[in-house]
Structures are given as structure tokens and as C-alpha cells.
Design a protein around this ligand. Structure first.
Ligand SMILES: Cc1cc2nc3c(=O)[nH]c(=O)nc-3n(C[C@H](O)[C@H](O)[C@H](O)COP(=O)(O)OP(=O)(O)OC[C@H]3O[C@@H](n4cnc5c(N)ncnc54)[C@H](O)[C@@H]3O)c2cc1C
Length: 259
């Protein structure tokens, strides 16, 4: 059971930096960290390989400045190796450009399963996993809560608005994992030390046979035309108990479709 996990390295959300006023893209020149969203995919992959009793978990990331800090965190969790695609021609890549690059990097190995998060924490178009699948001509399943590996197929419990549905899909395939569905392990001291010497293969577009003109600003099909502050969250509703608080809480939860 060989699993590749797509791992995005992002600016620390506690100190996210600034937007470039001209390109309106996030400044990623400082140290990047493992996107918490992807720690669930890494944990899921480690558990699947443990359950299968053999196989490997490897990582694929595209990031500027040969950044490996986030990859080292995922390697410290237990992944065996990583491929990092870093190349100046990738600056300005939109989601499809990113997906083409990741697909080319993944295609170098022959995994049974490709995992990603449903959306990243910084860009969050929530489209990269499905675009990787489309570029590679593979089936994809989204919003996985749980995955069971069978013989040549996976059975996935998919989260939906009203509950979940069970679907099966032939492998190899791409599955996006919902945040919070597993408890990502903390890297142990031994894991952190071991991660320092695990292999990270740093490759460029030329290594992957990708034409520099088809990615980055040159190849982008999307343009960021405007950026606005997100609306502030509204204050929650306070329920003062006048003997009917339980009914009002139940109907509130019912409206949210959580019960
Ligand atoms: C016009 C335009 C220009 C842009 N220019 C830049 C730029 O110059 N520099 C820049 O950094 N960003 C740039 N971006 C943003 C960048 O394209 C997106 O962040 C990237 O395409 C990933 O999309 P996402 O975060 O929305 O992925 P989502 O679809 O939300 O991510 C879902 C999952 O896919 C996987 N994934 C996504 N991205 C990666 C990755 N890079 N490596 C490994 N796994 C990944 C992860 O598992 C992730 O959790 C630009 C976007 C646009 C539209």
C-alpha cells in the first residue's frame, strides 16, 4: 500500500505576512510551515499503511525558495520521503498550474492512493485534489471522513451536508480528507531527529518535463482582480432560560442540521 500525500507549506497563520499590492498574492518569502489541514492526510496515510501491514507514505509539495520546514514536520510524523518542486518559474501559478506540477511529481512514483486535504488554510480554492485527479486521469473522492483499503479499491465514508455516504472507487485514485477526522500524532523527539536525514528530492519544472511557459504567471488562466477584508463574524445568539431554553437550543441545532 503506497500512499502519496500532497502537503502544502504555508506562511505561519500566527504571522501570515502581507499581500503583494501589485499581484495580490501572499508573500511566501519567510519560513513556511506544514498546513494543519494536511496533517490529517498525513495521519490518515500513516494509519492506512499501518493497517495494511506494509507499504510507504511519501510526500509531495510545491513551494518557493526550496522550503522544506513543513515537509520535515510531516517526515517527523512518520512519512518516509518527500519530493519538493521549487522553481522560480512557478511564481504566480494558479490552482490548475499547481495541480499540473503536483500531478507530474506524483506520476514519478506509482502510488495506490493519493491523499490531499479538502482545502488549504491559505489559498483554499478547494480545487487542487480534483484537478490533480483530472490531469492524471484518475477517479477522485472528496470530503473523506474514513477510508478502508480493499483489493484494488477503496471504500470511503464521505461527509455530506446531511450526514455521510459510503462510496467505493478503484485504485489508484485521489481522495481529499476532511479536517478533524483523525487525531494527527505529535512528532516524537526520535521522529524529529530521524526526519533530518530522510530523503527530500528537490526537483525543478525541467526535471518534471514541464514547460516553464505553461505554469506561473506565464501559464495562469486565473487573475486575482481584487482582495477584500473578510466580513467580521456576527456575535452569537444568547439564550436566556425562561423555561424554554432547551426547546430553543434544539430548534437552533435543528436549523443548522447538526441533529
Ligand atoms: C492568479 C494567481 C496567482 C497566484 N500566485 C501565487 C504565487 O505567486 N505564489 C503562491 O504561493 N501562490 C500563488 N497563488 C495561489 C496558489 O495558486 C494556490 O495557493 C495554489 O494553487 C493552491 O491552491 P489552494 O491553496 O487554493 O489549494 P486547495 O485546493 O485549497 O488545496 C487543497 C489541498 O491540495 C493540496 N495542495 C494545494 N496546494 C499545494 C501545494 N503547493 N503543494 C502540495 N499540496 C498542495 C494540499 O493537500 C491542500 O490542502 C496564486 C493564485 C492565483 C489565482
Amino acid at each position: 500500500m503506497d500512499v502519496v500525500v500532497c502537503v502544502k507549506q504555508i506562511p505561519d497563520p500566527a504571522d501570515p505576512g502581507s499581500l503583494n499590492p501589485e499581484t495580490k498574492t501572499l508573500d511566501r518569502s519567510s519560513k513556511l510551515i506544514l498546513d494543519e489541514s494536511d496533517s490529517y492526510g498525513v495521519e490518515m496515510a500513516l494509519q492506512l499503511v499501518e493497517t495494511a501491514g506494509g507499504g510507504s507514505v511519501s510526500l509531495v509539495s510545491m513551494a518557493p525558495n526550496n522550503e522544506v520546514s513543513g515537509l520535515r514536520t510531516a517526515l517527523a510524523m512518520g512519512a518516509e520521503s518527500a519530493v519538493l518542486v521549487s522553481d522560480e518559474c512557478l511564481a504566480g501559478s494558479d490552482a490548475l498550474g499547481t495541480s499540473k506540477v503536483l500531478a507530474a511529481a506524483i506520476a514519478r512514483s506509482n502510488p495506490d492512493l493519493i491523499l490531499a486535504a479538502t482545502e488549504s488554510s491559505d489559498g483554499y480554492t478547494g480545487t487542487v485534489p480534483e484537478q490533480i485527479a483530472a490531469v492524471m486521469g484518475l477517479p477522485s473522492v472528496t470530503f473523506a471522513k474514513a477510508i478502508e483499503v480493499g483489493d484494488g479499491s477503496v471504500s470511503v465514508k464521505r461527509q455530506t451536508e446531511s450526514g455521510f455516504e459510503q462510496v467505493s472507487c478503484p485504485t489508484p485514485c485521489v481522495v481529499s480528507v476532511t479536517a478533524g477526522v483523525v487525531e494527527p500524532r505529535y512528532p516524537s523527539f526520535k521522529g524529529i531527529m530521524a526526519a533530518k536525514s530522510k530523503p527530500v528530492d528537490e526537483v525543478t519544472c525541467a526535471d518534471l518535463g514541464i514547460d516553464a511557459g505553461s505554469v506561473g504567471w506565464a501559464g495562469g488562466g486565473q487573475e486575482i482582480v481584487d482582495v477584500q477584508q473578510a466580513e467580521e463574524r456576527e456575535a452569537g445568539e444568547k439564550i436566556v432560560d425562561e423555561g424554554d431554553a432547551h426547546d430553543r437550543i434544539v430548534s437552533f441545532l435543528d436549523e443548522l442540521k447538526v441533529i
